[in-house]
Design a protein around this ligand. Structure first.
Ligand SMILES: [Zn+2]
Length: 293
């Protein structure tokens, strides 16, 4: 398959204003020669043969020229070449979330290197809070306004709580609503309470999504509005951002319908939000983190 470059698609890029930011997308290319898979990863391990920005565009184009926070895909290990090349090809459209391994010999230096090339956040493990690398990343993140991003359930919040108390300036991003409503559509108060309470950390932000994995997992997704409402009430819209987790493990069955439906849920059906709140959730919050100059 010959891959077109994103710019070949003739997408209107004249304005960055009011472009939706998809705050969590994973991409990988079938061009394994230019972008080899990490050691031990085989082609048949991939969830799909490829998931490129073009494949995203096919189903997202109806809502305009979406901007992406590209979360480094595990198949590439610590080799960020694919997302870094995309970012340098079009920094108005692409930004990145990198991964720094605990074993990295100079994690702070690596963080700043990746930052210079367009990574404004870093996704890190949630079982090693006391590791020296974690302390280095929290410290450097706080000094340079670089976020640490965590994919975890609420049971891990106490560990993050300690780090956030020690490094109050470090921006924190909680991915996938801390899994509340993902495994269990009928989540209990015991599950959601710690997430709502964590909002007392003023530097903590929440990614709201993926809607195809939340609640009943069915467009038009009205059943998840109460969950969204509670999170936005706790954190405020300027600390919430929408994400599709496109390329992630939970695929949409019919993305051409479901992707616009996810945006439509916020834009057209979240009656508890004002227009400016919706703007924060759909682009402003993520823009401030991932596309700040
Ligand atoms: Zn993901």
């Amino acid at each position: 398959m010959q891959e077109m470059s994103y710019s070949d698609l003739n997408i209107q890029k004249s304005s960055t204003q009011n472009r939706i930011v998809d705050a969590h997308v994973h991409v990988w290319t079938p061009d394994f020669e230019s972008y080899p898979l990490a050691e031990g990863v085989k082609e048949e391990d991939l969830w799909r043969p490829s998931f490129t920005p073009n494949q995203h565009y096919i189903y997202s184009k109806s809502v305009g020229n979406v901007r992406f926070n590209l979360v480094q895909m595990i198949w590439y290990g610590t080799d960020h070449s694919y997302i870094l090349d995309l970012i340098s090809s079009d920094p108005e459209t692409f930004a990145g979330t990198g991964i720094i391994e605990l074993s990295d010999s100079n994690p702070s230096k690596r963080m700043l290197e990746l930052y210079k090339r367009g990574c404004h956040a870093f996704r890190e493990p949630t079982d090693s809070w006391d590791h020296p690398t974690m302390h280095a990343l929290f410290s450097t993140g706080g000094d340079n306004n670089l976020a640490l991003s965590f994919n975890m359930g609420v049971d891990k919040l106490p560990g993050l709580e300690k780090m956030s108390a020690k490094y109050p300036d470090t921006p924190i991003i909680i991915d996938h609503v801390c899994h509340v409503g993902i495994g269990n559509p009928n989540y209990s108060e015991i599950e959601i309470e710690p997430l709502l309470r964590f909002s007392k950390h003023k530097n903590a932000k929440v990614k709201i999504g993926p809607f195809q994995g939340l609640g009943k997992r069915k467009a038009p997704y009205f059943d998840i509005l109460p969950l969204i409402k509670r999170i936005v009430e706790a954190y405020g819209p300027e600390r919430c951002m929408w994400e599709s987790d496109s390329g992630g493990p939970i695929w949409m069955n019919d993305p051409e319908t479901e992707y616009p439906a996810a945006i439509g849920l916020i834009r057209d059906h979240a009656d508890f939000l004002r227009q400016e709140d919706k703007d924060h959730i759909l682009f402003k919050t993520a823009e401030k983190i991932f596309f700040r100059k």
